[in-house]
Design a protein around this ligand. Sequence first.
Ligand SMILES: C[S@@+](CC[C@H](N)C(=O)[O-])C[C@H]1O[C@@H](n2cnc3c(N)ncnc32)[C@H](O)[C@@H]1O
Length: 280
Amino acid sequence: MLSYRHSYHAGNHADVIKHLVQVCILNYLKRKEKPFCYHDTHAGAGLYSLQSEQAQKTAEYQTGIGKVWNYTGDNAEIKAYVDAVRRLNQGEDLAFYPGSPKIADLLCRATDSIQATELHPGDYPILASQFQRRKHCRIEKMDAWAGIRAMLPPLAKRGLVLIDPPYELKTEYQDLIKGLQQAIQRFPQGTYAIWYPVIERKAVESFIDAIVDTQIRNQLRIEYCPLPDAEGFGMTGSGMLVINPPYTLKQDMENCLKELSPLLSQSPAAHWQVTQLVDE
Ligand SMILES: C[S@@+](CC[C@H](N)C(=O)[O-])C[C@H]1O[C@@H](n2cnc3c(N)ncnc32)[C@H](O)[C@@H]1O
C-alpha cells in the first residue's frame, strides 16, 4: 500500500524537528574533512511546492516552517536549517520546502555521497530528477529494507542513515526494528535517526521500549509535541530516536527546542524532551 504522499505534510511541525536534527548531524559530520555517506531509506519527492493543491489543502506548513521561516535569533542550528530552506526560495515568500534528501543535497559536500530509496511511482521520478548531476549518489526505486541490504555499509565508513517510514501499516513498526538491526549489523559505527509520530501515547512508549530492548547502545530520544497527548486527535507531536548521536546533539537540540517551542506551540500544554535512553 503506497497511499501516503508527503506533499500534504511537507514543512509541518514534525518536518521542522526532523530536518533540524538532520541538519545538526550533517553539520557535525562535516567538521571532519573525511567524506561521509548520507543514506535516506524513505526519501519522498525531495522538493515540495507549498502552493500545490495538496499543501494548500492541509496548510500544515503554516504551523511548522511558516512559524520558523522568519527566525531572527542567534541559534546557529536553527539558522542553518532556515538558511537551507531559504536557498530554495527567492525573496521573502515561502513557496518551496525541501525534503530530507534535498536538505542533504544542499548541505553535503561534493565528496560526500548520498544514497536514497523511495518506492512511490509518482514521487520517485521527481526525486531522481534532482540528482542527475550529482556525483557520488545512488537514488533507487527500491524498498527501504532491501536498500539497506544492498547499500550498507557505505564506502565511506562514516555517515547518517535517516529512517522515516509513513507508518501506514501497524507492521511498519516491527519492520523498522528488524531493518534497523540488520543495518546496524552492517554499519555499526553509523548514526541512525528514526522518525516517529505521537498519535497514541501508549503505542509510542511501546515502540520506544521495543527499540531500547534491542540492546543497541547509545540511544537519544528527541520529542516535540505542540499539542497535549490526546487520542483521536491525530498527530499531536513527533520524535526522533537517534542511535550513535554526535556528542553535541543533546545540548544542541535542548537549545533549539527552548527557542522553537514558543514558536511552534499550539497549546499551553505543549511539551518536549531530549533524553539519553541508553548509554554508550
Ligand atoms: C514520511 S515520507 C518521507 C519524507 C522524507 N523523508 C522527508 O523528510 O522529506 C515516507 C515515504 O516513504 C515512502 N515509502 C513507503 N514505503 C516504502 C518502502 N517500503 N520503501 C521505500 N519507500 C517507502 C513513501 O512513498 C513516502 O514517500
